[in-house]
Write a protein that binds this ligand. Structure first.
Ligand SMILES: [Cu+2]
Length: 506
């Protein structure tokens, strides 16, 4: 279930095809997430959606695809496929539109936010404009406006609906850094291909019809290597931080900052006369000071603090993947080291890891718990960020940089694992991943699509019980697909040990 996207994946040409718009979002619905907030059957979670259709209502369930673009002097999309660090555009689009506005009704909404950029990361804040100076944040001098935070809950991300909803409202220290305000109405870094589903109620927190609400980006880039430190929300709203165009001998150039920082999407609040039947996300929060653990949305299969689960994890096969530049070349700089071996670039014939299913398929689908493994995704050098995407299965983060993960990852399944030098990134993510069905060949890769194209990908397989022959490699050509023999790394079936190898500091 939850929020997905699909895009062109042509080997070595993914970035430019995604950039040109060969990408779209798709939503999965189920009994738990029907897209009909009026169905009260004890199963449906009743997320904001609408109720005119039996399922899949999108009146109050809005997909937002954020992606940066650049144009040349003729107004044509411009792209540099030879920049293997990563390509950064200077303007942020929402659903392929520049600075759009969206009318919303004074009620609860679900926003499904996707970072569909080639190399750019975001950090989103949600604020309401207030006439006069009574808001927490002041607007530019002489503007006569100020701004207030618009709190919200995160209920899902790339790997499905979370166990608990996470309040971004200043009531919890979500990342245990001693500051409850730095995630009040402010999301964590939004890596490429990551999805955040949030619920915002435009009838609460002093919001009235006629109000203007803004999605504001706080994360600046100098280049495609990774984002810099986030810009303080106060400096963005007061325009103390503001990119300007400078005339130079090379023509006009951006100066004093990154023009992608600032307001990107404006919401205009309108009156609502219907009945909001959607759930209250605050009933599903984790335990927090002064409040017991709330209801569960979808329970996680593995809990990192549960003793029985820790025993399962201790027996699980361990694999490690280091994303970096070791053994790379000028033409193909990006590599992945599997289980301590050589840093390889992409070759679809090379099998890096093969997990064995516990049981074959049954008429009823899968049988039993499946195969549990622990994967450590590590950063191979300083100064870079890599949003690592694992196809097909979702993982549960056991630790991030050797520490317990923040609340927004603690209750989540993930399919994108951000590692890197951004301030909430850290150098490794160790995660539990559970394979149940569909033997076949899959990918793991950096989703900075310029890194992916040059050629930070690897192949892994899911094998049937008892399988001893490697699955052949389908090689596409202009004349169709031909199958060739595969070769495997020495550690492809054994991994590099068992159990979690990172000791978690609380
Ligand atoms: Cu990368």
């Amino acid at each position: 279930m939850s929020t997905h996207w699909f895009h062109d994946h042509m080997l070595d040409f993914t970035a430019q095809n995604v950039y040109k718009g060969n990408a779209a979002m798709m939503n999965y619905y189920s009994a738990l997430d029907r897209g009909n907030e009026s169905v009260n059957d004890g199963v449906n979670l009743r997320f904001p959606s609408g109720s005119a259709l039996p399922w899949g209502n999108r009146d109050y369930d809005v997909n937002l695809l954020f992606a940066d673009k650049a144009w040349d002097a003729n107004g044509q999309l411009w792209f540099n496929p030879f920049n293997t660090d990563g390509f950064i555009g200077d303007q942020v689009m929402v659903n392929w539109q520049w600075k759009p506005t969206l009318d919303v009704r004074a009620r609860s909404y679900r926003f499904r936010m996707l970072n569909g950029s080639v190399s750019r990361y975001y950090k989103w804040a949600l604020v309401r404009e207030i006439k006069g100076t009574s808001g927490e944040f002041q607007g530019p001098k002489g503007s006569g406006v100020s701004y207030a935070r618009v709190p919200f809950h995160m209920i899902a991300n790339d790997g499905n609906i979370m166990e608990h909803s996470v309040p971004f409202d200043g009531t919890m220290d979500l990342d245990a850094d001693g500051d409850k305000q730095n995630h009040n109405a402010i999301l964590p870094t939004h890596g490429i291909a990551e999805r955040f589903d949030i619920i915002v109620n435009f009838a609460k927190n002093g919001i009235k019809p006629g109000d203007k609400i803004f999605f504001v980006n706080l994360l600046a880039h100098d280049n495609g290597k990774g984002p810099k430190e986030p810009i303080p929300l106060a400096d963005v709203l007061s325009e103390k931080y503001l990119a300007v165009i400078k005339q130079s001998s090379k023509g006009p150039q951006w100066d004093k900052g990154d023009p992608a920082v600032g307001k990107v999407l404006q919401l205009n609040v309108k009156a609502y006369t219907g009945q909001d039947l959607s759930m209250d996300p605050s009933l599903y929060e984790p335990a927090k000071p002064g409040k017991a653990e709330g209801l569960v949305m979808i329970p996680l299969k593995i809990h990192r603090d549960n003793v029985a689960d820790q025993a399962l994890l201790a027996k699980a096969r361990h694999r490690s993947f280091i994303f970096g530049r070791s053994d790379g070349t000028d033409e193909a700089p990006w590599t992945v080291k599997t289980d301590g071996g050589f840093g390889y670039h992409m070759d679809p014939r090379r099998l890096n890891a093969a997990t064995q299913l516990k049981s074959g398929p049954t008429d009823a689908g899968t049988n039993g718990f499946g195969t549990l493994e622990v994967w450590n995704i590590k950063l191979g050098g300083k100064g870079w960020s890599h949003p690592v995407h694992v196809h097909f299965e979702e993982g549960i983060i056991l630790s991030r940089g050797g520490k317990a993960p923040p609340e927004w990852e603690k209750w989540a399944r993930k399919d994108v694992y951000r590692i890197g030098s951004e301030n909430d990134g850290l150098d490794s993510v160790e995660m539990a991943i559970n394979f149940r069905e569909f033997a076949g060949t899959y990918m793991e890769h950096c989703h900075n699509t310029q890194h992916e194209d040059n050629s930070m990908l690897l192949r892994w397989d899911i094998e049937k019980p008892g399988q001893f022959q490697l699955m052949p490699t389908p090689l596409p050509s202009w004349d169709g697909v031909r199958y060739v023999n595969s070769a495997a790394l020495p550690t492809f079936r054994t991994g590099d040990g068992s159990g979690p190898q990172v000791t978690v500091k609380k």
